[in-house]
Design a protein around this ligand. Structure first.
Ligand code: HEM
Length: 636
């Protein structure tokens, strides 16, 4: 019998009936009570508490984080009791201090492993995580131009099959359609056309992440010491294993035939599966299990994140018909030019759309970001001591409404002196910036970093955010663990360095007034946005051109406020070495889909409805899966 994701499937299944139902309820109550009273098991961190019940964290984390940030703490470090244990929230200026710390001191991998309970869910790229990230950032990022027409082809295919005709206004449930669309397009880039159109692939690539998430939520109801036994009550753990074996059945013949084709004809397809095969050390090329698991992890990292944003964009388009007209004009002008869809720079020229997507993400994006675990003690510049085991988060839901970080105020809090680690203190060295990479140096106006230093063109095509983020062989000991692995890794690494070098624009290191010169590209007198509405709207309002207007201010701003730019106050893609390497692909995918919709349909909310509200479960905010929008074919 199918149960809701919240129920626990106890065997035998008859347990759910008759007197056994009482037993089930009793067990659920016991589990809930234990969960409620269980200690958080967290290390003591001497910072103020924002008092709130765990259930608030569970169902209203967005309001909770925003309230705690806005009403009380803003630039101070504080903590909240969460279902995952006590979480320490750090403001942007502290993120700036610590984001460059090495993995041995501040670990993203450990934090994710713990948050996703890898011990039980097996969700972990393990020693291949650096390779996975490197390939996404470089090979996938650099091939966006080649992929764009392929993605469009896949989009035409799925739309023709799954979107109704829409000759007149037709209601469409946005989230499920968008999810299948993103899964199909991503699948095309990840595993190629043979597999991506198979329904079984669609199913596992979407549901593997769902099963991991639900398993984690269920396991959280049990204290850590009960989980080794409680895992038998969580049916999703079994589904995860099944997903891997179903995926393996598809991946295995593909990999084997590719290895054969390379040997016999030297033929190579152009997709992630091939880049991964090329990137793995020789003795792992036949390791089908690893390649299957990495494909599922890649799908989990990319499909739901991209779909959530795409769905929110479609809902915002329907709620703002004026934006539709403006974006459609831009799309028609740029994409309808000769070869528009196929040209390398086309997608990056959709600057109003870029702004619109970024604004949607600001208001509907993550509740928190920068999930990290302290592995060596850190002392922040304000004296806060973070012991080993501290769980860190950035309070994104609060920061994203703070006018100081949206170019609306001149004065922003200055970064403090940098954090120090225990080894530095032990050596009695004076406090010095730990994150010494020039591009990661906070600017005086905001803690802007990394990708903001790349031009739009480079961001779209290079897919690198900072030089310091380009992994060196020294960053990847696990990949380069033997001499043959080393040469294999080196060959990727050299290739990558070369490509980055050749496409990179000069890195801007410190804030320079000359960069504030008005940007002629954005200053056309005929431009409808070059009017008295240059000022962004208040931060609670949806202003689709907010970032477009900011980008018009100077070359510096043109880079700083792109969808893919990172900063310590705009952390929807995280920050530092682990910042999302797939954001360029996500941007390309979303722009391609929105441009396609806009050039063929008009959209509106269902008459009488408001824009469907997002839902939050713990740190995850997602669009309402029932949310409807009406589509109608444009008659041009
Ligand atoms: C709108 C869509 C997306 C959002 C909002 C998003 C967000 C994030 C965030 C917040 C992180 C953690 C960064 C940190 O801790 O500093 C991350 C990491 C990651 N993302 Fe994305 N992501 C998106 C799309 C994608 C796509 C399309 C891919 C792959 C094609 C991808 C691949 C990854 C990978 C591999 C990591 C791990 C990086 C590492 O640990 O080094 N993401 N993403």
């Amino acid at each position: 019998m199918s149960t809701s994701p919240w129920s626990i499937d106890l065997r035998p299944s008859t347990l759910l009936y008759g007197t056994n139902l009482k037993c089930y309820v009793a067990l659920a109550v016991i589990a809930f009570t234990i969960w409620w009273f269980q200690g958080d098991g967290a290390v003591p961190v001497d910072v103020p508490y924002f008092k709130a019940g765990k259930t608030r964290w569970m169902f209203q984390a967005d309001e909770l984080v925003r309230e705690s940030y806005e009403k009380k703490f803003k630039d101070r470090v504080y903590k909240i009791k969460a279902t995952e244990g006590v979480q320490v929230l750090i403001p942007p200026k502290m993120v700036a201090e610590i984001k460059g710390l090495p993995e041995e001191t501040l670990s993203a991998t450990e934090a994710v492993r713990e948050a996703l309970m890898s011990k039980y869910t097996n969700f972990c790229a393990g020693s291949h995580s650096d390779l996975l990230t490197l390939l996404v950032r470089t090979k996938l990022g650099q091939n966006l131009a080649r992929l764009a027409p392929v993605l469009r082809e896949e989009l035409e295919y799925i739309t023709s099959k799954e979107l109704p005709e829409c000759d007149d206004w037709t209601s469409v449930k946005v989230q499920p359609f968008a999810l299948r669309t993103v899964a199909r397009l991503s699948g095309r880039a990840f595993v190629g056309p043979e597999i991506c159109r198979r329904e079984e692939w669609m199913d596992v690539s979407i549901n593997y992440a769902v099963h991991v998430f639900v398993a984690v939520v269920k396991l959280q109801f049990f204290p850590a010491w009960m989980r080794p036994a409680a895992k038998y009550l969580v049916k999703e753990l079994g589904q995860i294993k099944k997903d891997v074996s179903t995926a393996r059945e598809m991946v295995e013949p593909m990999i084997l035939s590719r290895i054969k084709a390379i040997e016999e004809k030297g033929e190579k397809p152009d997709d992630f599966a091939q880049w991964l095969l090329d990137g793995l050390p020789e003795h792992e090329k036949g390791d089908i299990q690893t390649q299957t698991e990495l494909q599922l992890i890649l799908s989990a990292a990319s499909i739901h994140t991209t779909n959530n944003l795409l769905t929110d964009c479609v809902l915002d388009l329907a709620a703002h018909p004026d934006m539709q007209d403006m974006l459609r004009d831009e799309v028609v002008e740029i994409l309808n030019e000769e070869g528009g869809w196929d040209r390398k720079e086309t997608i990056s020229r959709l600057k109003k759309m870029d702004s619109f997507i970024k604004e949607t993400q600001r208001l509907a994006g993550n509740v928190t970001s920068f999930i990290r675990k302290v592995c060596n003690p850190i002392t922040l510049s304000d004296g806060t001591y973070l012991p080993v085991g501290t769980n860190l988060l950035a309070p994104l839901a609060g920061v994203s409404h703070d006018p100081r970080f949206l170019g609306m105020m001149e004065e922003v809090p200055q970064p403090g002196k940098a954090a120090s680690t225990s080894s530095e203190r032990d050596a009695a060295q004076p406090s010095k910036p730990i994150d010494t990479s020039p591009v990661d140096t906070p600017s005086p106006t905001d803690y802007i970093t990394s990708a903001a230093s790349y031009s739009e063109y480079d961001s779209e095509s290079v897919s690198g955010s900072t030089i310091s983020e380009t992994p060196s062989i020294f960053d990847a000991p696990s990949v380069a663990s033997s001499s043959s692995d080393l040469s294999s890794y080196l060959s990727i690494s050299k290739h990558v360095e070369f490509e980055l070098e050749s496409e990179r624009t000069p890195i801007v290191t410190t804030f320079d007034k000359s960069r504030s010169a008005p940007l002629s590209e954005y200053s056309s007198p005929s431009d409808e946005s070059n009017d008295n509405s240059e000022k962004p709207m208040p931060t609670d309002a949806f202003d689709g051109l907010r970032y477009y207007k900011l980008r018009r201010r100077s070359q510096y701003d043109a880079n700083r406020w792109q969808f893919t730019s990172l900063s310590d106050s705009n952390m929807n893609f995280g920050g530092g070495k682990h910042a999302c390497p797939g954001r360029f692909f996500a941007g390309c995918e979303i722009k391609t889909i929105l441009a396609f919709f806009l050039s063929r349909y008009e959209l509106r909310l269902v008459p009488g409805d408001e824009r469907p509200k997002s839902m939050t479960i713990m740190m995850t905010r997602s669009p309402n899966p029932e949310g409807m929008v009406q589509f109608r074919k444009l008659h041009v």
